[in-house]
Write a protein that binds this ligand. Structure first.
Ligand SMILES: [Zn+2]
Length: 237
């Protein structure tokens, strides 16, 4: 089976929060989309690993993912180790995605998010090396795009998720152990704010930036090549 898009994330719920609307939009367009979680999030203050894995399955169903896998690496101590890259590279070879979505490397509070970005990039490279001792045929994704949440960055592009925003919120809310509305659950990101409030504020703001209701933001390392400059969606005047 081949995927068009694979998102690699440190913890269950990261992909939903950072790029869930875009993943759903790609599914809506008929793309085969998967998520690879590197850990089960077992070190999180709220919820057990078993609960979070069950919740991840629920969220995967809501988003319409083709596959979701978990490497069960150790939460909160992700290391820049060749073996970790080999494990991720084996999944890349297995599903042969053209596009891989990684966490943004910079401005991450949780060290696993930064490390997941480093490991994911290394794995994309490694997966394409014919001589690498990794299961499967060599495959290197064509594009890597980076997603993040609630951080100040200059996006390379935005994706309109207005039609997907309700399902994104449902997918995030599927992590009941994390986001049950308790005072503690409001301390995970910005103190005193629930995740659903933050999604509303940030994605609405990104939507305002580009003239739609709700949007997600992405960064890429390369200049963006446009097919038809006369068909730009943005309004200048
Ligand atoms: Zn996380």
């Amino acid at each position: 089976m081949q995927l068009e898009v694979l998102a690699v994330a440190a913890h269950p719920d990261d992909a939903e929060i950072t790029c869930g609307g875009t993943l759903i939009r790609l599914v809506d367009k008929g793309r085969k989309v998967g998520v690879l979680d590197l850990t089960a999030g077992e070190m999180g203050t709220l919820g057990s690993a078993e609960e979070r894995l069950r919740e991840a399955d629920d969220a995967a169903n809501i988003m319409g993912l083709t596959i979701r896998e978990n490497l069960h690496l150790k939460d909160s101590v992700l290391e820049d180790a060749v073996e970790n890259k080999r494990m991720i590279a084996a999944v890349i070879r297995k599903y042969k995605p053209q596009t891989v979505i990684l966490p943004l490397k910079d401005k991450q509070r949780h060290p696993d998010h930064r490390m997941a970005s480093i490991l994911g990039y290394g794995a994309c490279f490694l997966a394409g090396l014919a001589k690498a001792d990794i299961e499967g045929d060599p495959h290197r994704p064509h594009s890597i795009i980076y997603a993040s949440s609630f951080v100040d960055m200059t996006p390379s592009f935005y994706v309109d998720i207005s039609a997907q925003f309700d399902r994104k919120k449902q997918a995030v809310a599927a992590y009941r152990s994390q986001f049950d509305g308790s005072p503690r659950s409001k301390e995970i990101f910005k103190p005193g704010n629930s995740i659903l409030e933050l999604l509303e504020i940030y994605h609405r703001k990104y939507g305002v930036d580009v003239g739609c209701r709700y949007a997600e933001t992405f960064w890429i390392a390369e200049p963006l090549l446009i097919d038809d400059p006369s068909a730009l969606a943005v309004r200048s005047i």
